[in-house]
Design a protein around this ligand. Sequence first.
Ligand SMILES: [Zn+2]
Length: 389
Amino acid sequence: MSYIVLARRYRPQKFSEVIGQEHVTGTLSRAIQLNRIGHAYLFGGPRGVGKTTVARILAKALNCTERKTSEPCNECDSCIQITEGRSVNVLEIDAASNRGVDDVRSIRENVRLSSSAGAYRIVIVDEVHMFTREAFNAFLKTLEEPPEHVVFILATTDVHQVPPTVLSRCQRFEFRRLDGIEVANHLMKMAREEGILLETGAAAILARRSDGSLRDGISLLDQMIAFCGHQITELDVITALGLIKSDRFFEITKMILDKNVEGTFAFVANLMNTGADLSDFIRGLMEHFLMLLRVNVTHSAEQLPLTPEEKNWFEQTAPLFQSEDLLRMLKLTSETELILRGSYNPRLRIELLLQRLVRMEQTIDIQILLKQIEALETKPSNVEVKKNR
Ligand SMILES: [Zn+2]
């Protein structure tokens, strides 16, 4: 039997199986139960968070012949045909490759055909913002006078490029980017079901790399299974993805706290010797500072995709910084990231950055400063003013 990628095998088939989009699936479920079905829906949000998956579940729920609740039964002919992508009542179009006015015309002809026995005819248009202006104009006519029993589901990663005239005719749903911890937990769950030993640290890294896209997280996990089989350690992931171990970022943070000016040169030399990609390093450093800032502000690393040891480190280290300083560190690092892209000598840039970080003067909390001044004012005898000669 050929290997089916995890993303396909684990694609949610019910509203309740969709991760992290309860605000959308809940509303849609209620609409189905109340039989209040709109003619057009617009699903906006980042890539890989479940827009087309929810569109297919909605299509199935609408046409399910055995439906008891708002969920599709996934067993009747209609459900099976939609799952297998061969239902005549569901038309799926990718607007990235079918963006012209002719493509919209063929949609209009398709929806004019009556569907089989009382079923809805559902048109799912992915990446709808890719339609040309003419295509949108032609499409708008269909939206204005939608044939009975036709439901349009438009999905897009860029709502702002969809004309307001189209938006105003759709019920709009915003899908959200997932938290790293949600992606990590889901990957752990999948691995368990697959009988794969996935280290917490490994799942945490995959989640961080997928940047809130569950689909990306799952395909990274697939990649890792291909790379290491049934046991995936943190080190495997670091090696396979060419990443830099978090210890290195902890090391830099310590240098900044200790004002260890000499240490940075040896650090960069070592980094070069291990063959690390400097752009990866700088991106990792930004991510690291961002997490420090987050823990500094929220006083908790609980919601971050990290191993227990890393969480511990962040919770102990973050309070040692002022948030203003962390912001400045992030700013310096992101400036270097921009420069690095066109730089002839990236090593020099990194060395400069580390020097600046280590030599950075700490922001003094204005409240503390005020208290110190007040203390001085109440005890004037303690103040010695030295005059310049
Ligand atoms: Zn069904």
